[in-house]
Design a protein around this ligand. Sequence first.
Ligand SMILES: Cc1cc2nc3c(=O)[nH]c(=O)nc-3n(C[C@H](O)[C@H](O)[C@H](O)COP(=O)(O)OP(=O)(O)OC[C@H]3O[C@@H](n4cnc5c(N)ncnc54)[C@H](O)[C@@H]3O)c2cc1C
Length: 321
Amino acid sequence: MTSFRSAHLKAYSYYGTGGVCGELYRPTSMDELVDAVKTSHRLGQPLIALGGGTNSLVLDEPFAGAFVVFHGLDQIVVTGERLRVGAGVDNTRLAEVALQHGLDGVAWMNRLPGQIGGTVRMNARCYGGEISQVVAEVTAVSRSGEVRTYRERSMFRGYKDTVFMTSGDLIASVELQLVAGDKAGVARKMQACADDRIAKGQFDYPSCGCVFKNDYGIGLPSGLLLEQAGAKALKHGGAEVSPLHANFVYNKGASSRAILELTLMMRDLVYREFGVWMAYEMEILGSLPPDLAERVAEVKEQRPDQVKIEALKQKTSRFNG
Ligand SMILES: Cc1cc2nc3c(=O)[nH]c(=O)nc-3n(C[C@H](O)[C@H](O)[C@H](O)COP(=O)(O)OP(=O)(O)OC[C@H]3O[C@@H](n4cnc5c(N)ncnc54)[C@H](O)[C@@H]3O)c2cc1C
């Protein structure tokens, strides 16, 4: 296995930001992944998983522990309607391979940035699909190096929530159950997803997708709350809120600190305007400096302003209807 000392993480983060880590593991097989986990466990070295980095912010500060990246686990084996996929396989490649085999079930993953390992951990969803719908089995490595197989549906706990978030297990491979489909129809769905993302400016600058989760029981997405609160005007140190989607933060030459500070301003803005305290969907990887750690960890009581929320609902239903 290749492993590097003092590796620069910028090259592996989708935002293109981040500092150095003490050790970087790049396993190319299950055995190498187990080795990396056991080594870091024996050394008492904190170990952080990084997939495509497309839902993450890798911090600027040097990280004394290790990172593990999964690009080397890139195999796809197709057996009938089942696909066994290495954790490092890119989502778009997965959708393309399924199409080649006339299989339906992952067309929605076309141009969804990231790798299947990170996608399973985050229970990613879009365009009516959610990864939990097609996963039959996950093979993972525990933090002490034990190989575990997950088959129960309960590995997915709901919206953006999985058991891997609490166990910390590293996903090595995923088995997907797809269905035979009509190739032309699957190709059309894939194209529609790609076109929509392009039209929404999602690839204009690096981002991490939605910074904040959407589920606050108020029937409005965070992007709309942010937009209504005026977040689209916010910029800070080379980080900017997307003019097309107020829950996306573009990197136009920022550090991770500047990106994070901008997201803190966004969270405060929505709280002031609507009394909704948004939770981060973006994963913050590395060691937070104390001043930022305190602000990120802050939790305020939910005090939704029903009058403003109802007014916004009315406004959007008039607009959509
Ligand atoms: C332009 C854009 C659009 C997006 N649109 C959507 C969308 O529509 N819907 C949606 O749900 N998401 C969206 N995202 C977010 C992101 O694409 C998905 O969450 C994606 O599935 C993350 O995969 P990743 O490999 O990049 O994860 P990373 O960002 O690398 O990691 C995410 C988390 O998983 C952990 N992790 C990574 N790999 C592993 C592994 N093998 N085993 C265990 N843990 C691991 C990391 O430590 C981190 O905590 C978007 C992102 C961008 C940039």
